[in-house]
Ligand binder design. Structure first.
Ligand SMILES: NC(=O)c1ccc[n+]([C@@H]2O[C@H](COP(=O)([O-])OP(=O)(O)OC[C@H]3O[C@@H](n4cnc5c(N)ncnc54)[C@H](OP(=O)(O)O)[C@@H]3O)[C@@H](O)[C@H]2O)c1
Length: 491
């Protein structure tokens, strides 16, 4: 695999990026604009009713972010004109044909101009409504592939998936594609069109019953989890992402396709500066709860490997993979981008980093007082979690129920509140359980081959680093990631 110059590849190229206001997408956009200002155009597809609201999103959610400060400094007073020249906003919605782009001239321009399509649009909510998830993560992926096929100059489609399409597999998880209808538990009969019909039928039933919006949302969420588990996936998100991969693979036609499967994405390692992060993500929600003294226990296997990868490394891997496969030749290659294979870190390490960091630099609460953190209580099995919930919450809840009946519903508010909280925690634990006891290691042979090719033949190998072996996790957590999330995410 001869890679040559990435900057030369990007020179005068046009790229369509979907989900452009998302976390990973803006890091991708910033990187391209910063390292190759001679890129021809970036078409940024985002959900917006019209150009004006798309423009508002561009300013407030993309270029207005601190992430762009290095680029702003580089461009100086030309930043505004540079952005106007390089970025074309595309109001759209990938869960529709032609990506929901209403302006037919713009559709034509994109079809004529675009060299690369990068699909980063998704719902990353594990507990999303099934209809929304299927429409976006599954059929949306196909709509993007269909659109890419019509782009006359297209060199490659980069589809971003997730390593967790593997479900709860243990051991070494290979970079294998899914075949259409494949399931994780061997149950046969998975048919994506039937899944769509099941949703439509359920929605019709709910409408006939006169269900409220809230009831419909709840039913759609439950249906997603139920269908995912029927075929062996733990939640709606990874199930619909896996089906998205199936559709992209099945209908790729003559397209060269790269499927990038990142693991858990964390703050930037180096570029544009270390520690940029956005949005509360899985492991960060644990850190926030812990630092604020709100996490009374940790449920999970402290010895299990938690596969983390900084966002800038994911973006670099995407760019190098894009260059490696920009061939016009039909192909489908999967790249798992994570750290568990080459440089694993465990939950017990994270606990140690958190304890040391927040002992030294405690979070100051609303009253101006430091929150004192200690070693956290660990529950290493679901049985101990259920025991804890039963003793600490379900028993008092029973007492409250009794008192509530005896005192003519005097405690109704407290009772409902506690019931809601218990149900919420139980549902969250049910959804996140597979990741707290995860027993898999993500193989990355394809990604390693790409790294080798970059080392031997990419002119700008240092600029597009994505080797997790160079991460010193202690240094990264203590000096980059935790300070980053405290700055950008803690509120
Ligand atoms: N973050 C992680 O840890 C992680 C790990 C593994 C894989 N991934 C994958 O990486 C990709 C990017 O993830 P991310 O963390 O950057 O996600 P993100 O921040 O949630 O961004 C996703 C973007 O998709 C957009 N979107 C939602 N529905 C859309 C629609 N119908 N049409 C067009 N755009 C739509 C959202 O737009 P709005 O802003 O309008 O809501 C959002 O900007 C996803 O494919 C995800 O599965 C992420």
């Amino acid at each position: 695999m001869e890679l040559g110059s990435a900057l030369q590849f990007l020179d005068n190229k046009s790229i369509l990026v979907t989900g452009a206001a998302g976390f990973l997408a803006k890091i991708f956009v910033e990187k391209i604009l910063r390292v190759q200002p001679n890129v021809k155009k970036l078409y940024l597809l985002l959900r917006a009713t019209d150009h004006k609201s798309a423009m508002h999103r561009l300013h407030s959610e993309i270029i207005g972010k601190d992430l762009f400060r290095v680029l702003k400094e580089k461009c100086g007073k030309n930043f505004g004109s540079f952005i106007s020249e390089k970025i074309t906003l595309v109001p759209g919605d990938i869960s529709h044909e032609d990506l929901g782009i209403k302006d037919s001239n713009l559709v034509q321009e994109i079809l004529n101009e675009v060299d690369v399509v990068v699909n980063l649009a998704a719902t990353t909510n594990f507990d999303e409504r099934y209809d929304v998830s299927l429409g976006l993560n599954t059929f949306g992926a196909q709509f993007v592939a269909d659109f890419a096929k019509k782009c006359v100059k297209l060199k490659v489609l980069v589809h971003v998936s997730t390593a967790y399409v593997s479900g709860e597999r243990t051991g070494l998880i290979l970079e294998n594609p899914y075949s259409m209808g494949e399931t994780l538990n061997g149950v046969s009969g998975l048919d994506i069109n039937v899944e769509k019909e099941i949703i439509e039928q359920k929605l019709n039933e709910l409408r006939v019953e006169g269900a409220s919006d809230k009831e419909i949302t709840r039913a759609m969420k439950d249906l997603g989890i139920q269908r995912a588990r029927f075929y062996g996936w733990p939640n709606t998100y990874v199930f619909t992402k896996a089906m998205g991969e199936m559709l992209v693979g099945e209908f790729k036609g003559s397209l060269p396709i790269v499927i990038v499967r990142p693991t858990i994405i964390t703050s930037t390692f180096k570029q544009p500066f270390p520690g940029w992060a956005e949005g509360v993500r899985t492991i960060d929600s644990l850190a926030i709860g812990y630092a604020k003294g709100k996490l009374s226990f940790f449920l999970g296997d402290m010895d299990s490997v938690v596969d983390l990868i900084p966002a800038d490394m994911v973006v670099n891997a995407m760019i190098v993979a894009m260059i490696a496969h920009a061939s016009n030749q039909p192909s489908e290659t999967i790249y798992q981008v994570g750290s568990s294979m080459r440089n694993p870190v465990k939950y017990c390490d994270l606990q140690d980093f958190g304890y040391r960091y927040f002992s030294k630099k405690p979070w100051i609460n609303k009253d101006g007082k430091p929150v004192i953190v200690g070693r956290i209580r660990v529950m290493d099995s679901m049985a101990s979690f259920h025991r804890y919930i039963a003793l600490r919450y379900l028993l008092p809840l029973k007492g409250l129920e009794f008192a509530n009946t005896a005192f003519c519903h005097f405690f109704q508010g407290v009772y409902c509140n506690l019931t809601r909280k218990i149900n919420f925690v139980t549902r969250m634990v049910d959804i996140y359980r597979p990741y707290l006891f995860f027993g898999g290691i993500f193989d990355d042979i394809n990604t390693e081959k790409l790294r080798m090719a970059a080392k031997s033949s990419l002119e700008e190998n240092d600029m597009f680093y994505f080797d997790p072996k160079c991460i010193d996790w202690n240094d990264y957590f203590m000096n980059i990631h935790i300070p980053g999330i405290v700055k950008y995410i803690f509120k």
